[in-house]
Design a binder for this molecule. Structure first.
Ligand code: FMN
Length: 183
């Protein structure tokens, strides 16, 4: 797929078909992810791909964590996270994305974000729908403990065959977000 078409056509997908995603398509998207630039070529990204029962167990854990947070701090404490959790439940694949943060540089997270974006664009070019989920941060320490990883949590990507075709979300015009400083 043409790069412009992928950049302009990709949307966050929040409704997924139950149809399974061939592992090969996930691997192709991950291959694109690991082509991203990274701080000092540190390639700080790590991915945990969950499907089937492993995915179900994880989303159950996330929902239970959100329930507990709400019991302790009130319903508003979970924000939009229940909605994101539902997307994770619906999507046949969840990918937990980690930042090894070996050097504790602030820039290491940028490497991981670049990899996520490559993943989203490649997955879109293969016909897949994706959702970048930061709401997993509501269960930040719990998720790290769940997988017993020595890394920082960056996001979850929900992946599946799209069951909606959303319109583009509004973008601020270029003039509003850019300045050219000449000479
Ligand atoms: C860092 C980051 C975190 C996000 N977290 C969530 C999330 O937790 N739940 C969700 O539904 N969407 C999440 N999104 C998706 C954004 O809402 C979406 O990208 C934005 O509204 C623009 O829409 P588009 O992706 O269709 O262009 C996140 C996106 C980014 C980049």
């Amino acid at each position: 797929m043409d790069l412009d078409k992928a950049i302009m056509g990709r949307r966050s997908i929040r409704k997924f078909q139950s149809r399974e995603v061939p592992r090969e398509l996930i691997e192709q998207s991950l291959q694109a992810a690991i082509c991203a630039p990274s701080a000092k070529n540190g390639q700080q990204w790590r991915f945990t791909v969950l499907t089937g029962e492993a995915k179900q167990k994880f989303t159950t854990f996330f929902r239970e964590t959100l329930d507990r947070i709400c019991e302790e701090a009130g319903k508003q404490a979970a924000g939009s996270a229940f909605h994101s959790c539902k997307c994770m439940e619906e999507a046949p694949v969840n990918i937990v994305v980690w930042n090894t943060s070996e050097n504790n540089w602030e820039t290491e997270i940028h490497s991981v974000a670049a990899a996520i974006q490559n993943f989203l664009l490649k997955a879109y070019s293969l016909g897949l729908g994706t959702l970048w989920i930061g709401d997993i941060f509501h269960a930040y320490t719990e998720t790290i403990a769940y997988f017993n990883k020595p890394w920082k949590l960056t996001a979850v990507i929900a992946v599946g065959w799209p069951d909606e075709n959303p319109s583009p979300r509004r973008r601020k015009p270029l003039e509003e977000v850019t300045e050219f400083i000449v000479s």
